[in-house]
Design a protein around this ligand. Sequence first.
Ligand code: DOR
Ligand code: ZN
Length: 421
Amino acid sequence: MTAYVLKGVSVLGASPVDLVVRDGVISSDKSGVSEVVDADGLVALPGLVDLHTHLREPGREDAETVETGSRAAALGGYTAVFAMANTSPVADTAGVVEQVWRLGREAGLVDVQPIGAVTVGLAGKQMAELGAMASSAAGVRIFSDDGHCVADPRLMRRALEYVKAFDGIIAQHAEEPRLTEGAQMHEGEVSTRLGLTGWPAVAEEAIIARDVLLAEHVGSRLHVCHVSTAGSVEVLRQAKARGVRVTAEVTPHHLLLTDELAASYDPVFKVNPPLRTASDVAALREALIEGVIDIVATDHAPHAVQDKECEWAYARPGMVGLETALSVVLSVLGERWDLIAERMSRAPARIAGLAGHGTDLAPGSPANLTLVDPSAHRVVDPGELASRSRNTPYAGTTLPGRIVATFLRGEPTVLDGKAVK
Ligand code: DOR
Ligand code: ZN
């Protein structure tokens, strides 16, 4: 195994040091190092961990595959991603989650951890074989019907009870479906002006309120996907103050973009939950800094051209995000490296119980890390993305920061800003 020295690197913004990567771990032994990486001016972070990625395989390989999504993740500084279950077929059996897990190992660019569906076919009627997925080779610990809400409270309660036995998590896409029928964007002034059916904030907040009560009652772990409203933050704040076992994520796009963008009628801005108001964005930022929201997760949602470049009403919701996430977070939080490492690496690894990721970059730790050039800026060009899809809302905008290198267990997956394979 090649040994690397990252010369003059700043670990989380501290004074420059030489960091050695050897035999899969961080080391202080510089003897026999064969490769020197000039890391002058670069910041090292523990490899990023994404709890919410759509990789589309099996079924929609025209939009993304485990391999192309893994490459996009590595280029974004990630060393582990959790693949959502809304594939075709749905990841609701041991067979499908093992397939995704195996494809991830074969690609070898990031650790791909499958998320299992909560209900058969994401249909919300019958609980999937959670136990079989948990005891499969994929070792699933997180279950979600993401894309759909587990709306039936009895089913949600049973799923929470079921996963308690192995300290599993139900990750909820909080959307009361009766309140969002026909919804096209956030319900508010802009939707009224544009004449589009609104998706009210209360449809998210009501489900989160219900689910924190269920999680509290059962004593199980709930994770709330893509929190998007100020009201949701208040519900979470109260639940956490009471000691409910709840964690929550926010996406980069909900930290930066607002519903005003829908006025362009460009479906690249259509996403679920929808972009909200500037005051929601401000509340989400504050909650992320405080820790009421635990992590940033991308909700990377690649879509084929024909599913996105059409009339707003027919376009699928979702945005790609893996390759721009760190830059967006940098533009929102600034160079608060320790906070960024906590919200994008340590906390997601801890929530998921993912060993070997999100650990301090100290001698003996697994060499899962990424090197960022904070002084670089780039204009986002959808044509340059490694993702198979192009639906980035940042096309043509300038974002700070560039991922220069990523290491997975001591092997580079990205060097000089380019994927190694
Ligand atoms: O915008 C979204 N896209 N939200 C979801 O919940 C699902 C996702 C997808 O799968 O495209
Ligand atoms: Zn979702």
